[in-house]
Write a protein that binds this ligand. Structure first.
Ligand code: NAD
Ligand code: UDP
Length: 317
């Protein structure tokens, strides 16, 4: 049987590169489009020699032209860490709007199945806890995080419009905080920051009092969820994340202990609109995808610390 052909935007990023690897292992052909604005060729260096993997350096806010058949379009391109999207608000809004429009256009032309990597940020600073897919969110459109949050809310809206008007088979993954190997040490997200600081015996920077919570999902669990969603019949948004909720201050102590570090903790100003609590309700994913995370936070952090020690220790923040 002919191999299924998948186009993946943002495939040279953290989640994208793991998804490319998984798709190749599952027997797919993969065409990876990335402009490398926050990703890197290093993330996909082991895939470049695979004859079923093809990398094209392309900015998906520009028209996407692919020859031949395409069975799936997976749209992951977007700066994702708060530090990145605060530095790149216009690129973030453009990739969420023009980039999503172009990716949907490709799916329409090829009659391909489309998957959007959306985010828990569509819930903003949520007033409903844990967050269920039918909660509409509490987003400040003109705040600093607005560029990212609104770009993803627009992405979801245009994806549903293409589903309703053009009958595209679309999927929307609302991804909650995900971590693991290949995150950039300088991407500013809490886990790479804390691990880098801990393995270099520098103070861990806790923003605010550290009482805000997040729920962290290890990368292999996220890839399994995305893969199942892509093959599913679900067209409405689905939360993917680990429902184990953890305070940021406790995460700091945990990373110090697991890295066997001598680091202390310092408190810094809490960024604007930083959500107070975040935890996915994954009832829908459990029921329809038969999916739930398997790797607990300690295990996942140990894998990640080990990888950062071997690959990123010398890098500077
Ligand atoms: P990442 O920054 O590592 O990867 C994003 C990739 O998109 C990068 O390789 C970047 O170069 C590429 N890109 C950005 N703009 C582009 C453009 N205009 N054209 C082509 N490529 C472009 O981030 P990630 O953590 O891997 O996130 C991947 C996706 O998952 C993003 O859409 C993000 O919003 C979503 N997501 C991630 C998380 C998480 O915790 N990691 C949480 C929620 C949602
Ligand atoms: N954070 C922190 N110290 C850091 C980086 C982040 O205390 O060095 C906090 C941040 O304020 C937020 C949480 O950790 O409350 C998660 O931040 P991250 O940037 O990883 O992602 P977010 O969930 O905010 O998008």
């Amino acid at each position: 049987m002919a191999k299924k052909i998948t186009v993946i935007t943002g495939g040279a990023g953290f989640i994208g590169s793991h998804l490319c690897e998984r798709l190749l292992n599952e027997g797919f052909k993969v065409i990876c489009l990335d402009n490398l604005i926050t990703g890197s060729l290093e993330n996909i260096s082991s895939l470049l020699k695979d004859k079923n993997f093809h990398f094209i350096k392309h900015d998906v806010t520009k028209y996407i032209k692919i020859k031949g058949r395409v069975d799936y379009v997976l749209h992951l391109a977007s700066p994702a860490s708060p530090q990145d999207y605060l530095k790149l608000p216009i690129q973030t809004l453009k990739v969420g709007s023009l980039g999503t429009h172009n990716s949907l256009g490709l799916a329409k032309e090829k009659k391909a199945i489309f998957l959007l990597a959306s985010t828990s940020e569509v819930y903003g600073d949520p007033l409903v806890h844990p967050q269920t897919e039918n909660y509409w969110g509490n987003v400040n459109p003109v705040g600093l995080r607005g560029a990212y949050d609104e770009s993803k809310r627009f992405s979801e809206a245009i994806t549903m419009a293409y589903h309703r008007v053009h009958r595209i088979d679309t999927k929307i993954a609302r991804i909650f905080n995900t971590y693991g190997e290949r995150m950039r040490i300088d991407d500013g997200r809490v886990i790479p920051n804390f691990i880098y600081q801990a393995i270099n015996n520098q103070p861990l920077t806790v923003y605010g009092r550290g009482t805000q919570t997040r729920s962290f999902c290890y990368i292999s669990d996220m890839i399994e969820g995305l893969f199942r969603l892509m093959l599913s019949k679900l067209n409405e948004p689905v939360n993917l994340g680990n429902p184990f909720e953890f305070r940021i201050i406790d995460l700091a102590y945990l990373v110090i202990r697991l890295a066997k570090s001598k680091s202390k903790i310092v408190f810094k100003k809490l960024p604007q609109d930083d959500p107070v609590r975040r935890k996915p309700d994954i009832t829908k994913a459990k029921k329809f995808l038969k999916w739930e995370p398997k790797v607990n936070l300690e295990e996942g952090l140990l894998f990640t610390i080990d990888w950062f020690k071997n690959n990123r220790k010398e890098a500077s923040l």
